[in-house]
Design a protein around this ligand. Structure first.
Ligand code: ZN
Ligand code: ZN
Length: 326
């Protein structure tokens, strides 16, 4: 036994005042649920484009585990907590969750202009009951600005906190990255393999792009690669979630005998964007939900208009800045 280890063992098992039970679990800062990190052992902050996790000072300076979040119990090294905050921090720092959604939490979701309340509740119970051994994915559809990406980031953080490896990608950005890799004559497998291997892949704006054969082949590689490994995706999309129905776009199309790939409500379908084969895999492995509501960015506008307008005769025109309303 090394000197350090002996010292650690002595410290851990020397009885605290009034206590004599040597098998008692040793003190660890993690178990004190300190305010510095609400007891989770790590903190998050936006750094550059992504959320970044750091082990909290209370853990890194813990005199029992010395930030290793493992302690000696009855002579063997056991984790202070599972999953260890170290593991969670590592997962979060690989996840590439956008900095904008650093503090996203299901509890803090507030766009209830549509079915947000029900969807939040549904997502919370889906996350709670998620079984990594029999995973079921989720696709959230809905218009721009209802909070799909916020929910996606909140779910990713939640799974990371459970120790599952996660990766967050914006689909359109991903395509650009892969194109960039080609431009530098690098293989796309460096980019694609981690997306296929990760426990849970989060895709924002699935289907966005030009739907070219090449883009379809990228989707195919990712989704089929994961499907064959029994791995799910969690995704958002702006496209219509229903199956493709070849409905006439309008009377003119009918007259000309051509049919558009649009559903009755005018939104292009996800099925068309990702192809029938992929769509059918998604339907098989994912729950599909639609989030409705108003664009939260637009909701900011009425608030500005409620404040009394300035006493200026000219109240039209786009030249008026937001500051004029103060
Ligand atoms: Zn500790
Ligand atoms: Zn702390």
């Amino acid at each position: 036994m090394t000197k350090t280890k002996r010292k650690l063992t002595e410290e851990l098992f020397s009885p605290a005042p009034g206590k004599t039970d040597h098998t008692e679990i040793p003190y660890c800062a993690l178990r004190e649920h300190l305010d510095c990190c609400d007891g989770i052992g790590y903190n998050l902050k936006p750094v550059g484009a992504f959320l970044r996790g750091n082990l909290c000072d209370c853990v890194s300076s813990c005199e029992t585990c010395f930030g290793k979040t493992r302690s000696l119990q009855s002579g063997s090294s056991v984790p202070c907590r599972t999953p260890s905050p170290n593991r969670i921090v590592n997962v979060l720092n690989q996840a590439q969750i956008p900095a904008r959604y650093c503090y996203a939490k299901l509890d803090n979701f507030v766009n209830f202009t549509g079915n947000g309340r029900q969807i939040r509740q549904f997502v919370a119970s889906w996350v709670r009951e998620f079984n990594p051994n029999a995973p079921q994915g989720l696709i959230l559809g809905g218009p721009v600005g209802v909070g799909k990406t916020y929910l996606l980031a909140a779910i990713a953080k939640n799974f990371a906190a459970r120790g599952l490896s996660v990766k967050f990608v914006d689909f359109f950005q991903l395509l650009n990255e892969i194109k960039g890799a080609y431009a530098h004559s690098r293989s796309d497998s460096n980019i694609l393999n981690p997306l296929i291997d990760v426990d849970i892949l989060f895709i924002d704006e699935l289907g966005k792009g030009r739907s070219s054969d090449w883009e379809m082949s990228i989707i195919d590689q990712i989704i089929m690669g994961r499907y064959n490994r029994n791995k799910i995706i969690v995704a958002t999309t702006n496209y219509n979630l229903g199956p493709e129905r070849y409905t006439p776009m309008n009377q003119k199309d009918l007259d000309e005998g051509s049919f558009g790939n649009f559903n009755l409500d005018g939104y292009e379908t996800l099925e068309k964007r990702v192809g029938q084969r992929i769509y059918s895999r998604l339907v098989e492995t994912c729950l599909i939900k639609e989030l409705t509501g108003e664009d939260y960015r637009k909701q900011l506008i009425p608030k500005l208009q409620e404040t009394p307008p300035p006493p200026q005769p000219n109240r039209s025109g786009a030249s008026r800045g937001l500051d004029d309303y103060r």
